[in-house]
Design a protein around this ligand. Structure first.
Ligand code: TA6
Length: 292
């Protein structure tokens, strides 16, 4: 019998959430069907490249604090509907899934979620498919199909939480010099050449589609590539905001940063009837070249 080269097993947590435990020769990952929500991704011989608060209790109907929450079909607060869920409908909805490919070095899974126009805040028929590929890189392709007769407004993000071992050692490249919208001040500015996380950061780069690299001496170095996205959200709640967040320890701000592949603000999209848009991201480990 050929050894198990790749496996996907369906598990149910004590709280009743269904999740897929994915394993192959290149990596392992954990994917919850509620919200199509990845919570772990570990390339072979690497630490987890995703971060989840250990205050998370994985309850049905509640977004998981960490991993890669799917913000769709709106990002942040709903533009008109007070009381609508923050970051849209998808991250607490039950998605369908099919295992597309189980190979030795790669496992591909397609998840899907559809709206019928009755959902509060989103009166449109639409479908969103998330193609997850677990291998030496983690690839996500989120494709929205407008199945309605009306033009569909779309803002979205793959709200990725990354681990930081020591915030003082963290550098993030690919940001400097780019214009960003500061959600805290409401102003626009240029990203500084020297950037340290030493306060609450909630910023949206508004026209940057290039490679982002998270570098740290003790924790994993992570490379983020994007397609179909020219906006990137950078978020750390820091001290005060951390105290207000659900399923988040007061000191968790010291060990995480969100770098979110997005279509938000100037990069939000409108889909004509019958059209589609794909937002894709690749998350990969990388090693700094050792200086000879
Ligand atoms: O992406 C940053 C952000 O929009 C912050 O403003 C903060 O609200 C964060 O998302 C977390 O939102 P959540 O609804 O998951 O608590």
């Amino acid at each position: 019998m050929i050894a198990d080269l790749s496996s996907v097993s369906v598990e149910t947590t004590p709280s009743g959430l269904k999740r897929l435990a994915i394993g192959n020769q290149a990596a392992t990952a954990t994917l919850y069907l509620q919200g199509a929500h990845l919570t772990t991704y570990r390339p072979r011989n690497q630490p987890d490249l995703l971060w989840v608060s250990d205050a998370e209790d994985y309850q049905p109907g509640k977004a998981i604090r960490g991993g890669i929450p799917i913000c769709w079909p709106w990002f942040g607060a709903h533009p008109e509907l007070a009381g609508a869920p923050s970051h849209g409908l998808a991250r607490t909805a039950e998605w369908d899934h099919e295992i597309v490919r189980e190979a030795a070095m790669q496992t591909d899974i397609r998840l899907s979620f559809a709206t019928d126009g009755s959902e509060p805040g989103f009166p449109y028929r639409a479908r969103v498919e998330l193609d997850v590929s677990v291998g030496s890189s983690l690839r996500l392709r989120m494709t929205t199909y407008n199945e309605d007769d009306s033009t569909l407004p779309l803002s979205e993000a793959l709200h990725s939480y990354f681990p930081v071992r020591n915030m003082d050692e963290l550098t993030v490249t690919g940001l400097a010099g780019h214009e960003y919208h500061d959600k805290l001040s409401g102003e626009r500015a240029r990203w500084p050449r020297v950037f340290r996380v030493d306060q609450e950061i909630d910023r949206v780069l508004i026209d940057q589609g290039g490679v982002i690299r998270l570098k740290q001496t003790e924790g994993p170095n992570i490379e983020i590539e994007r397609q179909g996205s020219r906006s990137l959200v950078v978020w750390n709640p820091w001290i005060e905001k951390s105290r207000t967040l659900s399923n988040f320890n007061d000191t968790d701000y010291q060990n995480m940063i969100c770098l979110e592949s997005a279509n938000v603000l100037d990069d939000a999209r409108t889909l004509a009837p019958g059209s589609s848009h794909c937002l894709a991201t690749q998350i990969s480990p990388f090693t700094e070249p050792s200086h000879a």
